[in-house]
Design a protein around this ligand. Structure first.
Ligand SMILES: NC(=O)c1ccc[n+]([C@@H]2O[C@H](COP(=O)([O-])OP(=O)(O)OC[C@H]3O[C@@H](n4cnc5c(N)ncnc54)[C@H](OP(=O)(O)O)[C@@H]3O)[C@@H](O)[C@H]2O)c1
Length: 276
């Protein structure tokens, strides 16, 4: 992690250490009551793949060729500044099937102990809370046990299956209703999290949750790692899904860093955008 990266935008002559790059953004201080700060993060290839089919799996996975420890470090730094992580019902089904990439951050490995220390110094709880968006409420209770040391809630719509609501409640899980249908309304979800005092909200799920956020126009910032690779493949996810956004959501570049040390055989850009 000692090797440095180059800032391309705003242009800069000096090189920067990777470690600490995103911790300096102070995301935990950017929200305020009534207006929490919502951010998300993806790693994508030049041809737009964020996840691809893998052999022996029933769900898609982050492309192995793209995933790398330098990007993972920044993903953990973003989590270090969160009050709450927003994940998806599908992630927990992947976890139950042994197909999830990892447990939710902040990682307990030595490599991330400085991030946990950073949280202590900034008077944040040891770990961010976890909010799970799900319309089906098909969430295996056993996999939630890993997270019961943190505040844990499931966010769903008013028309969610009532028997599943009861099962989760009986299992000690808080259910938050946000939206008049089975699916969650992004605006109502962010309001519900705000009411519970969460000001720094980090979406760590995929295109479904990201779509929910951009459709509701509640996204404050997108961190995008673009690996300089072409992956192709027939089955894949990109950042977004669903009907065209009209008008398109214009994004403005805040920072862009060039990293020549990963992934293997390529390089990558760490970019950060805000809606205009
Ligand atoms: N490259 C990257 O940076 C990156 C990052 C994240 C994920 N990924 C990949 O993307 C793939 C998909 O990940 P994911 O399943 O976590 O992402 P997702 O597409 O955001 O999650 C979809 C699930 O979230 C729930 N959901 C989303 N929006 C909802 C809404 N408005 N109302 C109700 N429920 C809603 C649904 O759960 P229910 O089905 O339970 O109703 C839905 O099945 C995975 O293969 C993952 O590896 C890649």
């Amino acid at each position: 992690m000692q090797t440095t990266i180059t800032r391309l935008y705003p242009p800069s002559e000096k090189d920067y250490p990777l470690q600490g790059l995103y911790l300096e953004h102070g995301l935990h201080k950017m929200g305020r009551p009534g207006r929490p700060f919502v951010y998300s993060n993806f790693i994508a290839s030049l041809d737009g793949r964020i996840s691809v089919a893998g052999t022996g799996r029933s769900s898609l996975e982050v492309p192995k060729a793209a995933a790398n420890s330098r990007d993972w470090r920044l993903y953990q730094e973003l989590a270090g500044q969160a009050d709450v992580l927003v994940s998806s019902g599908r992630f927990f089904r992947q976890s139950a099937a042994g197909e999830a990439q990892d447990t939710l951050p902040v990682g307990k490995e030595d490599a991330f102990s400085d991030i946990l220390e950073w949280r202590r110094q900034h008077k944040l709880p040891e770990q961010p809370a976890v909010a799970i968006i799900s319309g089906s409420l098909d969430i295996p209770l056993a996999v939630l046990d890993t997270y019961r040391t943190r505040p844990l809630m499931v966010i769903t719509g008013d028309q969610a299956p009532p028997e599943r609501v009861s099962e989760l409640r009986d299992g000690g899980i808080e259910i938050i209703f946000a939206g008049s249908e089975q699916n969650v309304d992004g605006q109502a979800m962010i309001e519900a999290l705000d009411e519970r005092g969460y000001r720094s909200i980090y979406a760590v799920a995929g295109p479904g949750v990201f779509r929910t956020l951009i459709e509701a126009r509640v996204l404050g910032r997108l961190y995008l790692t673009l690996t300089h690779q072409l992956l192709a493949g027939m089955t894949f996810n990109t950042l977004t899904q669903g009907a065209s956004l009209v008008p398109a959501l214009g994004m403005q570049l805040l920072t862009l860093y060039h990293d020549t040390h990963a992934p293997e055989g390529a390089s990558q850009w760490f970019s950060c955008f805000e809606p205009r």
